[in-house]
Design a protein around this ligand. Structure first.
Ligand code: DGL
Length: 274
């Protein structure tokens, strides 16, 4: 691995740009190759087997593009395919997911407390967060809730308004989430509504820390690159934003997740497989 190789980041679609944005903030000199599998989104409702097949194929493409790191930005893909992708990639690149750095953060900061998770159906039912947190053996009372309306809500531009406030309130009032001290945002899209979630707890006068998995993985990646002297010194290659299916609407939503609209380039990744 060399420091001037790019960082590959992939997601089911455009939402993973929240992770790319956090990575850019933490590591401004890195060149990013972002891939959104817009032909197959959403992953949150797909089977584990399907997500595994997509993820390995995407990892192969990012390896061909000489990425030093492959970051699985999607929580659903992190749940379903991290082990498989890690095995497939071997020593050719370092694989990160969004779950392990978040579990490390919980281990360091939230022993003996009640920790909540919200995510897609796939992320919650796969139970990977639960298993990894329970393995810490730190008397953490873990609870999770699938919140499937939040992704389409955000993609439709419904946030920071009355409708989103009501939907968020409905989910967060679920009995399973009562008494939590921290809440993991286990989905690429949720950083967009982080402030609304914070406000929900503020209004109730409850102290709940919101854990943004995009930020935790960006900091973990930074520590890794610094430790291994793999931080890029000077950015010479521009970022690339690739998708498996292009629409203007996808391009337009990049602004929501990345903070600025970026040009998306469609690549024929699935042609060989059909
Ligand atoms: N990227 C997905 C995740 O983080 C959300 C969108 C989808 O379901 O594909 O779980």
């Amino acid at each position: 691995m060399k420091s001037n190789q790019p960082i590959g980041i992939f997601d089911s679609g455009i939402g993973g740009l929240t992770v790319a944005r956090a990575v850019k903030k933490a590591l401004p000199n890195e060149s990013i190759i972002y891939f959104g599998d817009t032909a197959h989104l959403p992953y949150g409702d797909k089977s584990t087997a399907a997500i595994q097949a997509y993820s390995v194929r995407i990892a192969e493409m990012l390896l061909r593009k000489k990425c030093k790191v492959i970051l699985i930005a999607c929580n659903s893909a992190s749940s379903a395919a991290y082990d498989l992708v890690t095995e497939y990639v071997g020593k050719k690149a370092k694989v990160f997911d969004v779950i392990n750095p978040t579990v490390d953060f919980i281990r360091e900061n939230y022993q003996s407390s009640k920790v909540g998770l919200i995510g897609t159906k796939q992320t919650v039912s796969a139970g990977v967060y639960r298993r990894k947190i329970e393995e810490l053996d730190q008397e953490i009372d873990f609870t999770s809730l699938a919140t499937p309306l939040l992704v389409p809500m955000i993609e439709e531009g419904i946030y920071h308004d009355e409708i989103s406030r009501n939907i968020i309130e409905k989910y967060l009032s679920d009995s399973s989430l009562q008494g939590i001290k921290s809440l993991i945002l286990g989905c690429t899209h949720y950083p967009i509504i982080k402030e609304e979630i914070r406000n929900h707890y503020r209004e109730l006068d409850e102290e709940v820390e919101i854990i943004d998995s995009a930020e935790t993985v960006a900091l973990a990646l930074k520590s890794f690159l610094e430790y291994h002297q793999l931080v890029n010194k000077e950015k010479t290659v521009p970022d690339q934003f690739l998708v498996s299916d292009f629409t203007e609407s996808f391009e337009h939503t990049t602004k929501t997740f990345f903070g600025e609209e970026v040009h998306l380039e469609q690549i024929p990744i699935w042609d060989e497989l059909g």
